[in-house]
Design a protein around this ligand. Structure first.
Ligand code: CAA
Length: 389
């Protein structure tokens, strides 16, 4: 039985900052941000969006009444949690109108958690093929203003519907995993921004990729040449390119050119959003599927998921005949319609997120065009609004 990704859809903010403008404000060479790091625009998440609203805005438009009735598992992967106890998935299930018989949980292991969610969802659907599972990776990447990590911020949510006979990608049942205690990136409960050893984290990422890639090929006896394209978690798009370059000597020159050409399509949309932690690999997958004219049904794609701390996984999926039908076809136009804001406006949004205090607070939600918005906090409870309710 085939099980995998039936539909996938992305949501982020309606605003972005241009990386050349940000580089100038930080007295950095624009080419460092656009070429050295590989980002051209960065999503500016307003205080009226958090992981709950991003997740609901990503998923709601792609779910039909039949999907809603069949979903009995919702997993939100995130490292931008809003509560130490209650799962963000409960709020998301409520906003989406999912059944109260749906199992709803939040998962955490840095940028890797959505992949763990997909693997659990896949196992669940294999046991219950008439059911569907919704997996959402939702995050806001925050390192701080004027930090080396700043040009690798961003945010958004990727929603994926996992089902039997999927329209987009049939997933392999085998995968290779590596999990070890590494202090490359973490965020203690008292911090709103990540602590990171940037260069070390980039090196660990490559080590993990090489390890799980080889392990997968050996374990499944798959020749590297069988993989049409490799898709990466992209904390910044140059990171994936560095990892890809590290395994190019394993294939012929023709295949090297093919992999590099596919990679350029797979980073197109990530270049315009920035890091979205858990959702990043899957935005890259969507970018590849939406923009690459050289893909064919039956192509086998390799997926590398990495979460600092650290956990990595490599698995594969086979492109299905009607894969375009399950894609978020309007995404390039939505990104194009976003509003460009200046660095001062971006900094105000960055500093204006709801404070982690008990006081009542309000956001400027009226200027946010999305269906689901965070209007503030009252009596220590987050207030969400569905404009269509
Ligand atoms: N023109 C072109 N390129 C230039 C340039 C110029 N004028 N100036 C510099 N560059 C290049 C540099 O040569 C370098 O390229 P290479 O890495 O290929 O050598 C690149 O631009 C970046 O320059 P620096 O190394 O000097 O940049 P930096 O020290 O300011 O920081 C960073 C870069 C370490 C990635 C930092 O942004 C950071 O800490 N980011 C957050 C951590 C991160 O994303 N880690 C990734 C792995 S962890 C993970 O994947 C999980 C997750 O999501 C966080």
């Amino acid at each position: 039985m085939k099980v995998g990704i039936d539909k996938l859809r992305f949501a982020s903010a309606h605003q972005y900052v241009d990386m050349v403008e940000l580089a100038r404000a930080r007295h950095a060479a624009p080419d460092k941000y656009t070429i050295g790091i590989g980002q051209t625009q960065m999503a500016v998440i307003p205080p009226s969006q958090d992981i709950v609203t991003l997740a609901a805005n990503a998923a709601a438009p792609m779910l039909t009444a039949t999907d809603l009735a069949a979903i009995d598992l919702l997993i939100v992967g995130t490292e931008s949690g809003i509560d130490n106890s209650k799962a963000s998935a409960i709020y998301v299930a409520h906003l989406l109108g999912l059944s109260s018989r749906c199992r709803t949980i939040e998962m955490k292991e840095a940028c890797y958690a959505a992949t763990a969610g997909i693997q659990l969802a896949q196992a669940h659907v294999r046991m219950h093929p008439d059911k569907k599972a919704l997996v959402i990776g939702a995050d806001i990447a925050r390192y701080g203003l004027n930090t080396p990590g700043e040009p690798t911020q961003g945010g958004g949510a990727m929603a994926m519907l996992i089902s039997a006979d999927p329209q987009v990608l049939a997933l392999s049942t085998e995968s290779a995993v590596l999990s070890q205690d590494v202090m490359d990136f973490w965020r203690p409960l008292y911090h709103t921004t990540a602590l990171v050893d940037g260069k070390y984290s980039s090196n660990i990422y490559i080590d993990y990729f090489q390890d799980v890639f080889q392990e997968y090929l050996i374990k499944t006896q798959t020749p590297a040449a069988d993989l049409a394209a490799l898709v990466f978690h992209l904390p910044y798009t140059k990171m994936g390119l560095k990892a890809l370059r590290s395994v190019l000597p394993q294939v012929t020159e023709t295949q090297q050119r093919d992999w590099l050409r596919h990679f350029e399509y797979s980073r197109k949309l990530n270049r315009r959003v920035g890091n979205l932690y858990t959702g990043s690999l899957y935005l890259s997958l969507l970018s590849l599927l939406l923009t690459d004219p050289n893909l064919r049904p039956g192509d086998q794609l390799g997926l590398f998921s990495y979460g600092s701390g650290a956990e990595g996984e490599f698995y594969t999926g086979t492109l299905q005949p009607d894969y375009q039908r399950g894609l978020d076809l309007g995404l390039p136009q939505r990104l194009q319609r976003r509003q460009r804001v200046d660095v001062t406006t971006y900094e105000r949004a960055f500093n204006g997120q709801l404070a982690w205090v008990a006081d009542d607070q309000q956001t400027d939600w009226q200027s946010d065009p999305h269906r689901f918005v965070l209007t503030g906090q009252q009596n220590e409870q987050r207030q969400y609004l569905d404009r269509q309710a």
